[in-house]
Ligand binder design. Structure first.
Ligand SMILES: [Zn+2]
Ligand SMILES: [Zn+2]
Length: 388
């Protein structure tokens, strides 16, 4: 057992008295830890419960879903009276009930709308508790840009995978995308048309799970976080994956080394200088040096710039996030056909971007210039959140 010979004097009425008996357990450090949790579903509930019980200082919770009755078999923080409420907000309320010393905030909505690179850089870790690869990939890139550790879990009925990607710039540690099979990118792109628009009415896969695997995932993730922030000797300095099998009650861990041809590390792993772009300034007017004028700016996500109908030759300019639309945008009511071709961009040179935005607000979190020296990132998050 790890219960130690550490000398402690009992403090009367000390909530964390039993924690202090554990070797290396730094309760004061935990009170300063700032964690971002994405997803307040089965695994998220377990993670959030553990963080709150451990007295983690700040917990931000992002989830766009409402609580449904079928969630209640795997959600210790929710009950029937909460059905229909925001998962993120209900989970944050539950944290405050567990430990009033914990600062918990719930954000209902897509994390891609709210989570800036600056916010992720300020956090000690991002804990990914979602059940889809698309969100994991977006978070991986956000954490690489921020240089913030990413913890990720995946579960099914009987098996658990829990991973840590430390993302410290000096480490040759892998990122989440280093070794993911190409079939994952293919299954994501199968959800989109050739033009890049989401196909209408594709249902998300439902994963069979119980609280047995989600609770193991929650314990594994928070244990990795705790070792990391308290800098215990067992802290993982490289990326690791731990797999637990509930039927055989076995677990093993393996190190994940960096893939030199990873599609994410090489582009997003450069730890850019962040340049906040104030609401009043033009995002495409600010460039550190003239050479950056030639560099391609990568968008935080694809945007639609307009459509043209090959039947009636009508055109329409647009400046909107591609994920807010689906293939129904290609339908032309005049021609009664899917005859509109939609233009989607995910990067641009500064001059083409200037022409495109023409002073209008870009619906993006950031513009990233990986080839500039030093690499920089224009954060537009202030401008984005102005209207909301
Ligand atoms: Zn990678
Ligand atoms: Zn038409």
């Amino acid at each position: 057992m790890n219960l130690s010979a550490k000398e402690t004097t009992q403090r009367p009425n000390d909530r964390y008295d039993r924690h202090r008996l554990i070797e290396g357990f730094d309760q004061e450090r935990l009170a300063l830890v700032d964690a971002i949790v994405i997803g307040a579903g089965a695994v998220g509930n377990e993670v959030i419960k553990n963080l709150a019980l451990l007295g983690i200082g700040r917990i931000d919770i992002h989830d766009f879903d409402l609580i449904e009755i079928h969630n209640l078999t795997r959600s210790v923080l929710f009950h029937e009276g909460l059905v229909g409420r925001s998962k993120a907000e209900a989970a944050a309320d539950a944290c405050r009930n567990i430990d009033p010393n914990v600062t918990a905030q719930g954000f209902m909505g897509d994390f891609r709308d709210r989570l800036s690179v600056e916010r992720v850089r300020a956090a000690d870790a991002v804990i990914c508790c979602v059940d889809n690869h698309e969100a994991r990939i977006a978070l991986n890139r956000l954490c690489l840009l921020a240089g913030t550790p990413l913890l990720n879990a995946a579960i099914d009925a009987w098996e658990v995978s829990a991973e840590i990607y430390p993302h410290t710039p000096t480490d040759a540690a892998a990122c989440y995308e280093c070794w993911i099979p190409s079939a994952i990118y293919e299954s994501i792109s199968a959800r989109y048309s050739c033009g890049g628009l989401r196909k209408a009415s594709i249902e998300q896969r439902r994963i069979p799970t119980t609280t047995l695997t989600s609770s193991i995932a929650g314990a594994a993730l928070v244990s990795l976080l705790l070792q990391h922030v308290c800098d215990l000797p067992t802290r993982r300095k490289f990326s690791v994956q731990s797999r637990s099998r509930l039927l055989s009650l076995t677990a093993e861990e393996r190190m994940i080394s960096r893939n030199p041809v990873c599609p994410a590390c090489g582009i997003y792993g450069k730890l850019p200088v962040i340049i906040p772009c104030r609401a009043e300034s033009s995002p495409v007017g600010i460039y550190p040096t003239a050479q950056d004028e030639e560099s391609e700016l990568i968008f935080s996500e694809p945007i639609i710039t307009g459509w043209h109908c090959s039947g009636c030759h009508q055109s329409h300019a647009l400046l909107a996030r591609a994920r807010d639309y689906d293939t129904s945008l290609t339908w032309c009511p005049e021609c009664q056909a899917a005859s509109r071709s939609v233009s989607i961009m995910d990067s641009a040179t500064p001059s083409s971007l200037r022409a495109l935005s023409a002073g209008r607000k870009l619906p993006l979190q950031f513009l990233y210039s990986p080839d500039s020296r030093p690499p920089f990132l224009l954060s537009l998050s202030n401008r984005l959140n102005d209207d909301s």
